[in-house]
Write a protein that binds this ligand. Structure first.
Ligand code: BTN
Length: 255
């Protein structure tokens, strides 16, 4: 077992009403010793955070805004693997419970028909230079209708309701499936290693085979996504036929 208390993760789900960010609530619990798998879910976030310092719009009752405490014993180099693991588990839950054709855009955005329905944010907290715990934050847009999105977002964002032809999804059922799926994949990861997770990620990916651009510190790099490496990096092949790997960042489609 991995530092867990008895019982499944679902039994330790903490429900809150309005919070600034469930990331902070989960962090507070982790700091006071909450066991692995402790999750916090809120009805509304007033300061929801996205990747790359962006804000995450989290209106009341409209989505699943959840953060999960993880305490893996691993090196910082393996952290990208957990990022991909979270994407796999949540993607599978969306497919099973909501019946949507969700796919993964590297590293862990979930898209339906090219539009984003879910974002995942992994934050590592260090103690004396080693990762102490991670907080996996998951935001799923469940109930928004097209008009809820500002004009400029309609081409890039969607909700489960929109994708289900107006039929709302049961948030409780979906949240439970996400959490137990995460728990299951997490156990598999420690029992069998990263390879089966990587294989599943590749199956669910909408990234492989596409030409991709990455904003780098100096220049933009481009290549065709070919697969994952053993650390969870994305392997790309550039125009000269050379393979290079990226471990983090944002990608953009070029085709
Ligand atoms: C992204 O795609 O940029 C990641 C979005 C992550 C949003 C979730 S909602 C629950 C948790 N609390 C936050 O403040 N952010 C994450």
């Amino acid at each position: 077992r991995h530092n867990g208390a008895e019982g499944g993760w679902l039994e330790r789900l903490v429900r809150l009403d309005t919070v600034v960010s469930t990331q902070e609530e989960a962090r507070r619990l982790a700091e006071s010793g909450a066991p692995e798998g402790t999750a916090v879910m809120a009805e509304e976030q007033t300061g929801g955070r996205g990747r790359q310092g962006r804000r995450w719009h989290s209106p009341r009752g409209q989505g699943i805004w959840m953060s999960v405490v993880l305490r893996p014993r691993l090196t910082a180099a393996a952290a990208p693997q957990l990022t991909l693991l979270a994407g796999v588990a949540v993607c599978e839950a969306l497919r099973e419970v909501a019946g949507v054709e969700a796919g993964i855009k590297w590293p862990n955005d979930l898209l339906i028909g090219g539009r984003k329905v879910c974002g995942i944010l992994l934050e590592a907290h260090f103690r004396e230079g080693v990762p102490d715990y991670l907080i996996a934050g998951i935001g799923v847009d469940c109930l928004a209708v097209e008009e809820d999105f500002p004009e400029e977002l309609r081409a890039v964002a969607t909700s489960l309701r929109i994708e289900r032809g107006g039929v709302p999804v049961d948030r409780e059922e979906l949240a439970a499936a996400m959490l137990s799926g995460l728990e299951e994949r997490y156990r598999q990861y420690f029992a069998e290693g990263f390879a089966p997770i990587a294989a599943r990620w590749e199956e669910l990916s909408v990234t492989l085979g596409r030409r991709i651009a990455l904003a780098g510190p100096k220049e933009q790099r481009t290549g065709v996504a070919a697969g994952l490496d053993e650390n969870g990096g994305l392997r790309l092949v550039n125009d000269a036929g050379e393979t290079f790997t990226v471990l983090s960042g944002e990608i953009e489609w070029m085709n």
